[in-house]
Design a binder for this molecule. Structure first.
Ligand code: KG4
Ligand code: ZN
Length: 345
């Protein structure tokens, strides 16, 4: 049974994992960089790239030791080749190339977004194509029809900020630090979501896309007004994001011609309990299955990269060692570029 070594380094998590094609996660290791970026209030690309250089090989060694395997036991090496912060992506991809060359194994250049998009199939063997995926991370907010491995139709994207970015900026405005999403969620649990009047950009609109920039500005004005307690701002903000995500997903469901097998959510923001609960309710209204990976598989990790590698390996999709790192790499190349969308991973 094929075993894939997965490497992830596109943002601020360095990770290595060993995943078998029967979905057994033989090992997964991860090193975050919060301490290094904390003083700057956000991810600093140069610091991230240097931290990946230091962390990646020790994590690969640790994962192999956890699984009691050597590189010779691995069938292929899957590394994130984009999109993301290019310094970090290059560290992971070049490490993957070097390991593949030294061990004489095939390299699989994985699109980080495909890692998120296929992660629900690692968690749930019964999840079949096609499914409607809400991919919500720090750099992306997209609705995708996932038709097969490497076969995606983008139905919507953000015209400005991603949902995770809005969480991170709200955390910064409230002085919560990083990682922003979980800190806003924890504070929101102590607040009342009905207190602070905040906009829901594009809700009810006939156009398919998302927008969060106006919400972010409104949060800034609410903080500056000194009129509200922080927990109420956090709770009201989170509810506004949830309302936007649900409304836009509902629109996509109504516009789809082929009925999906499930409504699926993935990416860092999918770790949010309020987001998961609201989407589960929407799926129930449409009599659809709802699938969300476990929390640790929602945020960046290497198991999802190893799994995307396993799916590609099974189809014979391996890459040449000359493959390039790509700071931008849309899952649906035919989708038109939308202003401001998809800048980060
Ligand atoms: O997928 P991910 O780990 O990295 C990217 O590929 O961007 O997503 C990170 C994003 C960050 O913006 C973070 O604030 C957000 O996911 N996030 C959350 C939660 N956990 C992570 N947002 C809301 N609630 C959470 N519990
Ligand atoms: Zn990600």
């Amino acid at each position: 049974m094929p075993i894939i070594l997965g490497l992830e380094s596109s943002c601020d998590e360095t990770a290595a994992a060993l995943v078998a094609s029967d979905r057994t996660i033989l090992a997964h290791r991860l090193a975050g960089q919060e301490a290094a970026h904390g003083p700057y209030g956000g991810v600093v690309p140069e610091i991230a790239a240097r931290a990946h250089v230091e962390a990646l090989i020790p994590l690969v060694k640790a994962a192999l030791a956890d699984a009691k395997l050597s590189l010779a036991d691995v069938d292929a090496i899957a590394a994130t080749a984009g999109p993301g912060l290019i310094g970090g992506v290059m560290v992971g991809l070049v490490t993957g190339k070097a390991l593949a060359h030294a061990a004489g194994k095939p390299l699989i250049a994985v699109n980080h977004l495909e890692g998120h998009a296929l992660s629900p199939r690692l968690a749930d063997p019964s999840l079949e194509f096609p499914y409607l995926l809400l991919l919500v991370s720090g750099g992306h907010c997209q609705l995708l029809e996932v038709r097969g491995v490497g076969d995606y139709r983008r139905l919507a994207t953000t015209i400005d900020d991603a949902a995770g970015e809005a969480f991170d900026k709200t955390a910064k405005l409230l002085g919560l630090g990083i990682p922003g999403g979980p800190k806003v969620e924890a504070l929101a649990a102590q607040g009342d979501p009905r207190t602070v009047p905040l906009p829901r950009p594009l809700v009810g609109s006939g156009e398919p896309h998302f927008s969060f920039a106006g919400l972010k500005s409104a949060v800034m004005r609410a903080v500056e007004s000194g009129q509200w307690v922080d927990a109420d701002i956090a709770a009201s903000f989170q509810q506004a994001v949830i309302d936007c995500l649900v409304d836009r997903t509902k629109r996509a469901l109504n516009a789809m011609t082929d009925r999906p097998t499930a409504l699926v959510v993935a990416g860092g923001v999918a770790a949010n309990a309020g987001v998961r609960g609201a989407l589960e309710g929407l799926a129930a209204q449409h009599e659809l299955r709802f699938v969300a990976p476990p929390l640790w598989l929602c945020t960046d990790n290497a198991a999802m990269i190893g799994w995307a590698g396993a799916e590609r390996f099974a189809l014979g999709l391996v890459d040449d060692l000359a493959v390039a790192a790509r700071p931008r790499w849309p899952l649906d190349p035919s989708a038109e570029t939308v202003r401001g969308a998809g800048v980060k991973a």
